[in-house]
Write a protein that binds this ligand. Structure first.
Ligand SMILES: Nc1ncnc2c1ncn2[C@@H]1O[C@H](COP(=O)(O)OP(=O)(O)O)[C@@H](O)[C@H]1O
Ligand SMILES: [Mg+2]
Length: 249
């Protein structure tokens, strides 16, 4: 099977897609949730995946990460010429996909540093602790503190840092700004910009669409499991009708 790169009009032929999601369909039991979704991302891009509550954003991320639910029944997902659609979640992870779920999943009883060390237990290793603390000074200051006692923003940083501690290529962020004060959102956004500059490709799902759009290069909007927009983030920021229709902002 060849990667279906040429099926996407939005990508110039000179820039083949790095991550290609092509006509994916996924079900929770009998419920048809991800309904023929396609989009492409270039290496080092940040893509905002937006849409109302229940649009299918989390389900799309879970499908790309190859979790068992929802079940992928049709379509292909290619990462750097590797067929993710043929993989289980652990194989997708070994190929560089990392999902940071909405609930952050900090491990109780472990310090900040132990949470990070646990992520580095198996090779291939990603960023060193020094490099991580350089990017997240707050985590360095709190390295001996139990992870679950951190503030919401710091827990989100830890959860992103834990992903970087593994050798990842694609970061899938599910509502990283949820419940955080605007100043912390700005701090995390700045960090995500630095992570992009280091070559990591990111999909950010956010209810705070404006914050996500300011950070992102491109945007895909989902509505009831289907793609209704695929274009530049700036275009969505400028288009009030689009935002009112699909994002309720
Ligand atoms: N585990 C599940 N079992 C059945 N239906 C689910 C499950 N999780 C989500 N759904 C349904 O799938 C649809 C998309 O959900 P989701 O992907 O979580 O949306 P979003 O993240 O955009 O808010 C919703 O209608 C939701 O009710
Ligand atoms: Mg969700």
């Amino acid at each position: 099977m060849n990667a279906p790169f040429n099926k996407h009009a939005n990508n110039a032929a000179t820039h083949p897609a790095y991550l290609s999601v092509w006509e994916i369909e996924a079900y929770y039991g009998e419920s048809y949730i991800v309904q023929n979704v396609s989009f492409n991302i270039h290496e080092g891009e940040i893509l905002a995946l937006l849409g109302r509550n229940g649009a299918g954003k989390t389900s799309t991320l879970r499908t790309i990460a190859r979790l068992d639910d929802p079940a992928l029944t049709h379509g292909e997902i290619w990462l750097d010429h590797k067929p993710l659609h043929e993989m289980k979640s652990h194989e997708a992870a070994a190929n560089g996909i990392s999902l940071v779920p909405e609930d952050r999943r900090i491990i109780p009883g472990l310090t900040v540093e132990e949470n990070l060390q646990l992520a580095q237990i198996a090779p291939p290793h990603g960023w060193s602790l020094d490099r991580i603390y350089d990017l997240f000074p707050r985590l360095g200051e709190r390295r001996k503190q139990e992870g679950v006692t951190l503030s919401g923003g710091e827990q989100q940083m830890l959860s992103i840092a834990r992903a970087l501690a593994r050798d990842i290529k694609v970061l899938l962020l599910d509502e990283p700004y949820e419940g955080l004060a605007p100043v912390i959102v700005q701090e995390i956004a700045k960090t995500l910009g630095v992570i992009r500059d280091q070559g990591i490709t990111t999909i950010i799902v956010e209810q705070n669409a404006v914050a996500a759009l300011k950070l992102a290069d491109r945007a895909v909007i989902l509505d009831i499991g289907k793609v209704v927009f695929d274009g530049s983030a700036a275009e969505v920021l400028e288009n009030e009708d689009l935002r009112a229709q699909y994002l309720a902002i």
